[in-house]
Design a protein. Structure first.
Length: 216
């Protein structure tokens, strides 16, 4: 699950994704150099995150330029890995599309009740509202499902995944990343989407098992 290579493959295949910079090993750069590169590439706000973690672990959103805050964000991200991304911040609604087998499932909008969709909001009941199916334009929904399936396929995902997007006010879709092993808890999103399609949790697990056995 490498966000850098995933974004490179998406961009190469015509899937719009926020701009990014990659930094390996904190000791290789000065704060001034990293700050300068961010400003020259896409500016602030920016997102600092590990290149290979899930569940929003180690992620910081920096609203404005501040080298002290940048240093703290880098230290946090590098505490989890030796490769991190500085990513262009795209303002908009957060939506996600599960893919099971070779089919995209109903789109979900993720609406944290405060702040952003971090680890606490993902795994604490009542901290986030989920709207499924998402209340978006029909053509946008169709396009999101098409892009989700395309991203799933070009990254070589099998059985199931979940593709995260930002939807801007002008209805542009930016693919953030593909979750190659989405959660299966009672707050998880793939089961919520499957249920809208008439597939309950036990049926979903059975479907995933059958798809997995077909790979053998």
């Amino acid at each position: 699950m490498d966000k850098e290579y995933s974004k490179a493959l998406m961009k190469f295949n015509g899937i719009k994704t926020p701009g990014w910079l990659t930094f390996c090993d904190y000791k290789n750069y000065s704060i001034e150099e990293i700050n300068s590169r961010i400003k020259n590439a896409f500016g602030y706000p920016t997102v600092i995150k590990p290149a290979d973690e899930g569940s929003t672990v180690g992620l910081t959103i920096l609203i404005e330029e501040n080298e002290h805050d940048l240093e703290n964000a880098l230290e946090l991200a590098f505490s989890y890995t030796n490769k991190i991304l500085a990513e262009e911040y795209i303002k908009g609604r957060e939506i996600t599309v599960p893919v099971i087998g070779e089919e995209s499932y109903p789109v979900i909008e993720i609406k944290p009740k405060e702040g952003f969709y971090d680890y606490e909001h993902k795994y604490s009941k009542g901290k986030t509202e989920y709207v499924c199916p998402a209340e978006i334009d029909n053509q946008v929904e169709i396009k999101a499902k098409e892009i989700a399936l395309k991203a799933h396929m070009i990254l070589g995902c099998e059985v199931y995944s979940r593709v995260d997007f930002i939807l801007t006010e002008s209805n542009e879709l930016y693919c953030l990343e593909v979750n190659t092993l989405p959660g299966m808890t009672d707050t998880s999103l793939v089961p919520k989407s499957a249920l809208i399609s008439g597939i309950n949790f036990n049926q979903l697990i059975e479907k995933i098992i059958k798809l997995s056995l077909n790979k053998i």
